[in-house]
Write a protein that binds this ligand. Sequence first.
Ligand SMILES: O=C(O)CCC(=O)C(=O)O
Ligand SMILES: [Fe+2]
Length: 284
Amino acid sequence: MQLINHGIARQSILDMIEAGRKFFELSFEERSKYMSKDVRAPVRYGTSFNQNKDRVFCWRDFLKLDCHPLSDVLPYWPSSPTELRQAAVNYSKETKFLYLMVVGAILESLGLAETTKDIDENDGDDHIIKEFQDGSQLLVVNCYPSCPEPDLTLGIPPHSDYGFLTLLLQDEVTGLQIQHQGRWVTVEPIPNSFVINVGDHLEIFSNGRYRSVLHRVLVNPLRSRISIASLHSLPFGSMVRPSPKLINDANPRRYKDTDFASFIEYIASHEHRSKNFLDSRRLT
Ligand SMILES: O=C(O)CCC(=O)C(=O)O
Ligand SMILES: [Fe+2]
């Protein structure tokens, strides 16, 4: 889904893209300070998809910024370029707000609207919306340099995102493709708009009513490309499970419970490709 009327200030978007671009223009020495093999590190700079596991590298660099809770992670974020921290703080707050709006609409579409009630009301499902508010957020700044032989590589191979939803911002260079009815379809960038991608956790939570989207990124022979993905899910320690209200005799439970730890364990021992993590959680 492409969201055009999203209410996020145009300046926040421009500032975030610009700060991200400047980070990748820093010297390698400066960038490499943020390299880490620890997948839980609050800031991680790296290359390819999973540098430790990939046999063939992809044509991308990334900077991952953990955003929750902001006060804990902020001191670890890069201090250079100087505008990066402020731009990412503003951007992460605005995208979190937008995420919660979209989640509210999704819960309504699933007939779970009562879960969006004011959290002060003593309703049995209140903890669910609270979990969304306290949820994890990861900002991924992707940089795909121009590539002299674009047919020989990919920016990112086919994958689905692990969380509930990803709010994705692309600059004006094409590259993102989603799989639709077995074919790769290019998602043309619309300036100042967000691509909202369904992730594996929403597929599990909705017991398969929403399907996570398989997507990949092509590289461009002439132009470099920047994208900013804001990945949202439940808190890292929470269990993601099909909502009990969506399970009945006609719709049996289709996925096992999963948590962030089982995802980390999975990617440590497998190449994360396609929807193979989600497939490992399927019951039917
Ligand atoms: O660069 C893009 O358009 C997509 C990035 C992406 O899929 C990701 O960061 O998970
Ligand atoms: Fe993705």
